[in-house]
Ligand binder design. Sequence first.
Ligand code: SF4
Length: 489
Amino acid sequence: MANALGLEMKPVSEDDPAEVERVKNWINTEEYKEKNFARQALVINPAHACQPLGAELAAHGFEGSLPFVHGSQGCASYYRSTLNRHFREPAPAVSDSMTEDGAVFGGQANLHEGLENAYTIYKPKMMPIFTSCMPEIIGDDLTAFIKNAKNKGVIPADFPTPYANTPSFNGSHIHGYDAMLLSILQTLTEGKQVEGRCTGKLNLIAGFDANTGNYREYKRILEAFGIPYTFLADISETFDSPLDGHYKIYPGGTKLDDAADSINGKATLALGSYSTAKTYGWIKEGYSGKHAVMPMPFGVAKTDAFIMKIAELFGKPIPESLKAERGRAVDAITDAHQYMHGKKFALYGDPDYLLGYVSFLLEMGAIPYHILCSKGTKKLEKEIQALLDASLDGKGCTIYMNKDLWHLRSLVVTDPVDGIIGDTHGKFAARDAGIPLFRFGFPNFDRVNLHRYPLIGYSGAINMLTAICNKFLDIKDETCEERFFEMMR
Ligand code: SF4
């Protein structure tokens, strides 16, 4: 056997080619699928990341904010490299690099040294602190450690250090995002509520969303209404800043003063109830003005609901430009409907995104046939089922909660579909099944610029249907008989 350089290599073990072939075919059978679905104590290729990764995304959404990982260096590298590969932008964050001695004696010394160094070298305006698994397992007391750091003068007493416990053996990246955002807002708004004061602004919370195009789309819609807003937390510049020859460690982010004043807002709207549950629960109790939470605006119906909610919260008419956009989206859907109608899909991803995919597909007359979430709940299952029950195209679709992408592989090879909607991790299953993967989720490492194309709003619906329908048409052109190779499709 030769390696990529043409050099002879001796394999560690030899496999019988006939046995390899037998197993290769066997894993595509119903018999194997049954065994695969009986699996209990092992997860293979889960469709979610760990809590601290989500915490880091939230921390990046504020002005001058330096995410600080209390825990292992390797874990911090994983979150950073995942964000870095998805956005193709730097993800500046620091870690106090706990090792064996930290695991035995506790991580306070690491935390203090790390805070002092990071504060002195990188001059942030805020350091949101969150944990990897190791300090969570040994039970490090972040509250006491941070208080001691300030008492010792390691960092100034008034320096904002919101912190969140983000144990990865619980929940997923969306829960870490929620916990970190909650702590940042609790820290920044402390003592800032002023009786009778109203900023006149909308506080918009996008939840865990790694599509910078979506953030710009939300802003564009609010600007069309003429509604002033504070985005909590705004990663659109942090991970999509212009290349102008100068490196900025903290591009963009929500201004800390604006975040602090958000408690006096006119209204707060959270999108994606699953990744903002704790934050929204706290805001509802403590923030001035009106509050609402609703699904992410995927597809026409959910975008209509979003736009009408904004109009209602601010007592404003819907701008003509948005009405025209809606009309264009409906036209685009009508033009493309024939290419998606009746097509079956397998979908996986975060709960808020999944709800959006299902709505969008049903609007297009497509069938969300296998729906899989690797960190789902009964509530999510019910919500998805209600969407399916409301449509004729929802009949016969199945929801798989707390299953992974190896389960998904069994599904798509034994009960085929026309395409998969998810993120880069699904490419192995898509390849084995010989069907396209539409990379709308997070993370996407193997295609460029996808995070710049909005998926929400009317233009998001057009982007999604364009990507899907044109891929199906490409496949038709590539695979059809010569006599059916047509100019018109
Ligand atoms: S799951 Fe735990 S050990 Fe693994 S990267 Fe996340 S924090 Fe680190």
